[in-house]
Write a protein that binds this ligand. Structure first.
Ligand code: GLN
Length: 209
């Protein structure tokens, strides 16, 4: 199995390190030909506007969309934003996953926080997943065919601005077929279950539709 990590900006090195720890062949992706013979791709956290601009400059937008049409992709934080169809502002997006994302949803005063999540889809589902949120987005809403994998617990975690306005906006991990989005950073902890979950998605994926 060969997994690429989009290495334009952000914390791609941490994802590469986790993949190598798991014994997977991992490669940095900076140009369209780096996508050849990959079985899956991770788009890291960072700054989604920068990732989008660099992807445009390096003519990666269309090749990435074609890749998404065939193979599994996982976006963490800025990567999840870049994968989404809608962020309600102008910036280059892959417009792949049917999710609406609110960037920087937790405001400046709580740029970062950590919280234990319940993620029933992971192995050992009763063990909480310690999740790191850094100027994190929130998945505000999901389309049909998108499975919600995790939501913020109602106690002990910051409230997003949109939740104040009555919207039920607490989704932090979702999957739509071969696409996965997490608002937090599993590559920054020692709990490798989310990486293993993605590798199992890649393993189980046979061709595009
Ligand atoms: N705030 C960043 C953005 O909007 C995402 C932060 C992150 O990836 N940790 O792109």
């Amino acid at each position: 199995m060969r997994i690429g990590v989009l290495a334009l900006q952000g914390d791609f090195a941490e994802h590469l390190a986790v993949l190598r720890r798991l014994g997977v062949e991992a490669r940095e992706v900076r140009t369209p030909d780096h996508l050849a013979d990959l079985d899956g791709l991770i788009i890291p956290g960072g700054e989604s506007t920068t990732i989008g601009k660099l992807a445009t400059t390096f003519r990666l937008i269309e090749p990435l969309r074609r890749f998404a049409g065939q193979k599994p992709i996982w976006g963490t934080c800025a990567g999840a934003i870049f994968l989404s169809k809608d962020v309600r502002r102008e910036q280059p997006l892959l417009e792949v996953m049917d999710i609406t994302v609110e960037r920087n949803a937790f405001g400046r005063q709580v740029d970062s926080f950590e919280v234990d999540l319940r993620v029933p889809a992971l192995e050992d589902p009763d063990r909480p997943l310690h999740a790191v949120f850094i100027r994190a987005p929130l998945i505000e809403s999901v389309g049909k065919g998108v499975e919600v994998l995790a939501e913020l617990p109602s106690n002990g975690s910051p409230t997003a601005a949109s939740a104040h306005s009555g919207a039920r906006a607490r989704i932090v991990a979702a999957r739509q077929g071969r696409w996965l989005a997490t608002a937090f950073h599993p590559e920054l902890t020692d709990d490798l279950r989310f990486h293993r979950y993605f590798l199992a998605m890649v393993e189980g994926h046979h061709g595009g539709e």
